[in-house]
Design a protein around this ligand. Structure first.
Ligand code: ASP
Length: 432
């Protein structure tokens, strides 16, 4: 059985068991499932553990062996432009579906206030976090690390990428014998990281079961009912973006069959779904790009870590729906001009969001303020917080799928021959 089938099975079983425990009110089973959650948390920790060695080694090998910095600049330009475009399309789709479905006009005032009151405390916490958000200049400056080790220790990928690229560029111009020694060393680190990922992924089906079962067992199903229209609008938008935007990009820009692409990459979005974190999924995303799609290291090592931090189409789309939902529920009309502000700010806010669980709800506060919904921010956030975990899982899967589609598009534009044949044997020679 393929790994992704096993992970899917873990996901379905976990959902089922969690659902039964929840609906039937079987307290002991609910408690048991919640007690099993640390198995999933251990998986997230162990896979996150490999992010730094993998990103550094892979970027080092990718950049230094490229030996052509102009090419790197070109790949970088294309990647960022592509990311911005697809994110803006995602926000537009989010706005379109919420204008059509009007999810906020179907909730009565009593339900609205009851939901807001229930999550008031948590919403306050998010507000405090958003207030601590740095300014644009500060954000740009923080891309340059004062200390790369500190950046690595904090899992701050952007400054680490910045440092590694400069360092690798320097490696590419030193004496060939020294350069080769450095590259060979990092090739070894990269291969070993890949082996560790393979080991970790063997436990993925069980971890996924534990993670999802606990979420579903704990989840307030009545919440889902009152926020059903809102959740359905987010999911419909995400599906549209997946099928339409990525479908077109993969078919016409990367020139790959889209259904096959989805089947090949399935384990990455499945892990993203279970962990709600693009960062934690990054090792799986990188392995998938190289082994399942045959994308070269210079492209995958650059496009994917950048994508995990910058490219969040799912998050941006969800923010657009959330803004419209909150406005509709409070009877506030959002003009076309304001919707354009949503496109701009949600695109930027999703760039600013870290690839960790619930990051999107914090940067949503920025978008709400930008469109003049300031006075409803806290109550509005409280309103949608109850279903955020579930929506986070879905949008994170879309984020990761978007990163992989981007990697395929950029690789193809660089003239790479992509294929669905496994490259595993050539990239990792265990004991050979
Ligand atoms: N959890 C998302 C991610 O890691 C970010 C978010 O939308 O909250 O990609």
């Amino acid at each position: 059985m393929q790994l992704y089938t096993k992970i899917l099975l873990g996901l379905i079983l976990g959902t089922l068991v969690g659902f039964i425990a929840n609906v039937a009110g079987i307290t002991w089973l609910q408690n048991l499932l919640i007690a099993l959650e640390p198995i999933g948390t251990a998986f997230i920790r162990v896979i996150t553990m490999i992010v730094i060695p993998l990103v550094v080694a892979s970027l080092m090998v990718g950049t230094a062996s490229l030996g052509d910095l102009a090419k790197l600049g070109r790949i970088g330009g294309k990647t960022v432009a592509y990311y911005m475009c697809t994110t803006a399309v995602a926000v537009t789709i989010g706005l379109l579906v919420s204008n059509l479905a009007k999810p906020g006009s179907r909730i009565d005032v009593t339900t609205r206030d009851a939901l807001s009151a229930q999550f008031e405390g948590q919403a306050e916490g998010a507000m405090v976090l958003a207030e601590e958000a740095p300014s644009v200049v500060q954000t740009l400056l923080s891309i340059i690390p004062r200390n790369p080790v500190e950046a690595a220790a904090n899992l701050d990928l952007l400054p680490l990428i910045f440092f590694t690229i400069i360092f690798a560029a320097a490696v590419s111009v030193i004496a060939p014998n020294r350069r080769d020694a450095v590259i060979t060393f990092f090739e070894g680190v990269n291969d070993a990281s890949m082996v560790v990922i393979d080991w970790i992924m063997k436990t993925a089906p069980y971890a996924v079961f534990a993670l999802i079962a606990a979420v579903v067992a704990r989840f307030g199903l009545d919440l889902l009912q009152s926020l059903l229209m809102y959740s359905a609008t987010v999911v419909a938008g995400l599906l549209l973006h997946l099928m339409f935007t990525y479908g077109i990009a993969v078919r016409f820009l990367a020139k790959l069959s889209f259904p096959q692409f989805l089947r090949r990459i399935a384990k990455a979005p499945l892990v993203a779904f279970s962990t709600s974190s693009s960062n934690a999924t990054l090792p799986v995303t990188m392995e998938t790009a190289e082994e399942e799609l045959g994308i070269s290291k210079p492209v995958s090592s650059f496009v994917l870590p950048l994508g995990a931090t910058l490219n969040m189409d799912g998050t941006a789309l969800y923010q657009a729906v959330a803004v419209m939902f909150i406005a509709q529920i409070y009877g506030i009309d959002i003009t076309v001009g304001q919707q354009l502000i949503v496109v701009l700010t949600a695109t930027l806010a999703s760039i600013g969001a870290a690839g960790v669980p619930s990051a999107g709800i914090i940067t949503l506060i920025i978008v709400l303020n930008a469109v003049g919904l300031g006075q409803h921010v806290q109550a509005g956030i409280a309103l949608i917080l109850g279903v955020d975990r579930i929506l986070d899982m879905i949008r994170t899967s879309v984020n990761v799928t978007g990163d992989l589609a981007a990697a395929a598009v950029v690789a193809r534009s660089e003239g790479e021959e992509l294929g669905f044949a496994s490259r595993k044997e050539s990239s990792v020679a265990v004991g050979g």
